[in-house]
Design a protein around this ligand. Structure first.
Ligand SMILES: [Zn+2]
Length: 251
């Protein structure tokens, strides 16, 4: 599915997902069961904001244990507003990483203690750099790591490339892989058979971590606010799906 198609449709609202039997069957897991203290989380975000959309609540739990976290930002997200007079690529390339920075601070992560690597790959062209990303991860990963990224079937070329690269690297390095749907919440139907429900689980977020995730998402102003006559890049329906008291993952 192309990004244009994704954004053209209205999207599946949370109230429809609430009736999903398959979502209801996804088992619950507490964050510390997935990633207990001492276990490293390596998070690969295709674009600045994906770290919050995928796992902002889980990340909030790393406040005070930043040594267990490695954050990799693949692109600077400069292609989110094609043709916009205000949000030019030049402006976005500076703005979006700053938004990420503020968002991580809202999650109360100490950026001085956080290993955060920005790869500056080209937004919208991650499939071209997939082998590079796989190699890069092969050098960083350790066998006990949890490697988290966007789902291989998410419907956005960069999200899918990140998913494939991480899957390869996780297999090579014997790390555990967690794939997170982002745009799938928008285009998929509740109980959609294209989603790998057998691997689905829900990471439980407490109120405090969910509130921090909400604040962190608001920092991504270029994505959540309208641009002149255009609606926000992240539709409000999609935001609502991603601000529930759990984070859905495929393990
Ligand atoms: Zn993205």
């Amino acid at each position: 599915m192309s990004e244009n198609l994704i954004q053209a449709s209205q999207g599946t609202p949370w109230c429809a997902w609430q009736h999903s039997a398959r979502l209801a069957r996804a088992r619950w897991l507490r964050p510390e069961q997935l990633c207990p203290p001492g276990r490293r989380l390596v998070l690969v975000a295709p674009h600045p904001d994906d770290e919050v959309l995928m796992a902002g609540g889980l990340l909030a739990g790393f406040a005070g244990r930043e040594q267990d976290l490695l954050l990799i930002s693949a692109t600077d997200g400069e292609s989110s507003h094609p043709g916009s007079a205000h949000w030019t690529e030049h402006r976005l390339r500076r703005q979006r990483p700053l938004e990420s920075r503020h968002a991580l601070q809202q999650l109360e992560l100490d950026l001085n203690r956080l290993d955060w690597r920005r790869l500056h790959l080209k937004d919208g062209a991650l499939p071209r750099d997939e082998a590079f990303l796989t190699n890069h991860l092969n050098q960083l990963l350790k066998p006990d790591d949890l490697l988290l990224t966007t789902w291989r079937g998410d419907g956005h070329c960069d999200h899918e490339a990140a998913g494939r690269a991480c899957a390869q690297a996780a297999q090579a390095r014997r790390a555990q892989l967690a794939e997170v749907p982002v745009w799938a919440w928008h285009w998929a139907r509740p109980d959609d058979p294209r989603l790998p429900w057998a691997r689905a689980l829900r990471i439980q977020l407490d109120e405090n971590h969910l509130a921090r995730k909400r604040q962190a998402l608001a920092c991504h102003a270029s994505q959540v606010q309208a641009d002149d006559q255009r609606p926000p890049v992240l539709p409000s329906r999609l935001q609502a799906c991603l601000l529930q008291p759990f984070e859905l993952m495929f393990l």
